[in-house]
Design a protein around this ligand. Structure first.
Ligand code: ADP
Ligand code: MG
Length: 415
């Protein structure tokens, strides 16, 4: 699960990690009001407007009209996803800019061409920046430890730094049972070139950040940029946080931060039924039990000349309803042109799968080619049920046979 920057910063604040003051708003009127009440009236002459979407690269991204796809401009300048406002009537400018951000489409290198609609805006205090750094913590599966990465090349895409100057990324592994030790934080600080007050501030920052990562069961916590101010203080200007879904049962407060507008509607629907569904951009829908078999099935589709439209694992103990819901969700994706069902009946019995498929096919008024390969417990009964259902399914007994069917079907439908 991911959260917005402002929510991540609320968590940072709770753990004592310094971050600039800010307020989230939902309308342009509110933006103008908040800019005046919270900032101008308190003597601030610089604020930052930040689009809240679950994608990075906002600073370089540009706002577009969602209907016409035209780039939006204010005072002859393209409206970006993150904007520093520092001249003239700040509250008025915040209102005008917010009108061109809220409800509009932000396109960044991370959103793809379809962009993302901005529904929340974070108005933040502008910070004086002496230097920008990169800092992140994530789980390193290879060592089973938490990996802290830092770089003096902050603000820019870290992938670029990793590719062109990997020596500029400093890494420290933390044993999760021992936790981060202050000597490790100091060593990182030295490596980043901090001394004196800046070093002290960094060590404090990193230790608190690590506690936040650990206690919130983060999968990843990234601060880019982490900045050094002219007063030698370290602060988090941007923050991206994602959590380990398997730990969410013990974080009711974090679960409330979920923003369904930022998630794929079909994935939300699938999560209601405990289905592992991930939407992809192909044309062959696939429904499989077991993640390994699902991966192999996607390979088979690819080898047959198709492209998987999704990853869908119905799980080991799927019942009729779950199968029917999985089938319905998969079919509601308009890019699905054919369906390949590949189920091995171990714990789940093939006749139950067949019942689910037949039930769902009747419900959704099925008119797509469906290739079904069922094997294992009660496979013979299941194939018989499908054949007698009066519905047009193409069945196969082996994976090789199924793959041939997929190939033929794709040729038939010209996909
Ligand atoms: P993104 O990573 O999505 O582009 P950031 O929050 O990192 O968004 O903002 C982009 C850039 O905008 C930052 O690298 C920083 O230079 C500037 N910026 C962001 N927040 C502030 C702030 N509160 N004060 C001053 N500059 C900021
Ligand atoms: Mg950033």
């Amino acid at each position: 699960m991911n959260v917005h920057e402002y929510q991540a910063k609320e968590l940072l604040t709770k753990y004592g990690v310094p971050t600039p003051f800010g307020k989230v708003v939902y309308t342009a009127e509110e933006a103008g009001e908040v800019a005046y009440r919270e900032f101008v009236r308190n003597g601030k002459d610089m604020i930052v407007l930040k689009s809240q979407v679950h994608a990075g690269g906002r600073g370089k991204g540009i706002m577009h009209d969602p209907e016409t796809n035209q780039q939006l401009e204010v005072d002859g300048k393209a409206v970006r996803g993150v904007i520093l406002v520092r001249e003239g009537n700040i509250a008025d400018k915040a209102y005008r800019l917010a009108s061109n951000m809220l409800g509009k489409k932000l396109i960044t290198i991370q959103t793809g061409a379809e962009g993302r609609i901005v529904r929340r805006l974070y108005i933040s205090e502008a910070t004086d920046i002496a230097k920008e750094y990169y800092l992140s913590i994530l789980l390193d599966r290879q060592t089973g430890r938490n990996l802290i990465m830092a770089s003096t090349e902050g603000g820019v895409e870290i992938e670029e730094v990793a590719e062109h100057s990997p020596e500029k990324i400093i890494k420290t592994l933390v044993d999760p049972t021992v936790g981060l030790k202050s000597f490790q934080a100091r060593e990182m600080g030295f490596a980043l070139g901090f001394t004196g007050d800046a070093l002290k501030s960094f060590v404090d920052f990193l230790l608190k950040l690590y506690t936040c990562y650990d206690e919130c069961d983060c999968a990843m916590l990234e601060v880019n940029p982490m900045v050094l101010t002219p007063e030698n203080k370290i602060t988090a200007l941007d923050c991206k946080m994602s959590f380990d879904d398997n730990a969410m049962y013990r974080h009711a407060d974090l679960k409330e931060m979920r923003d369904l507008d930022e998630e794929e509607p079909l994935e939300i629907e699938a999560s209601k039924y405990d289905l592992n569904y991930i939407k992809l951009d192909g044309n062959v829908g696939c429904m499989v039990n077991g993640a390994g078999l699902a991966m192999a099935t996607m390979d088979v589709i690819q080898l047959a000349g198709g492209k998987p439209a999704n990853f869908l694992d119905v799980g080991g103990g799927a019942n009729v309803n779950r199968i029917a819901n999985a089938f319905r969700i998969m079919l509601s994706d308009p890019s699905v042109k054919a369906v390949f069902i590949n189920i091995f009946g171990g714990i789940v019995r093939c006749d139950r799968v067949a019942t689910g498929i037949i039930q769902a096919s009747k419900e959704v008024n099925l008119n797509l080619p469906v290739i079904i390969r069922l094997d294992g417990t009660n496979a013979v009964e299941a194939r018989k049920m499908l054949a007698e259902s009066g519905l047009r399914f193409s069945t196969a007994a082996t994976l090789a046979e199924a793959s041939e069917r997929v190939k033929e079907t794709l040729k038939e439908i010209g996909a």
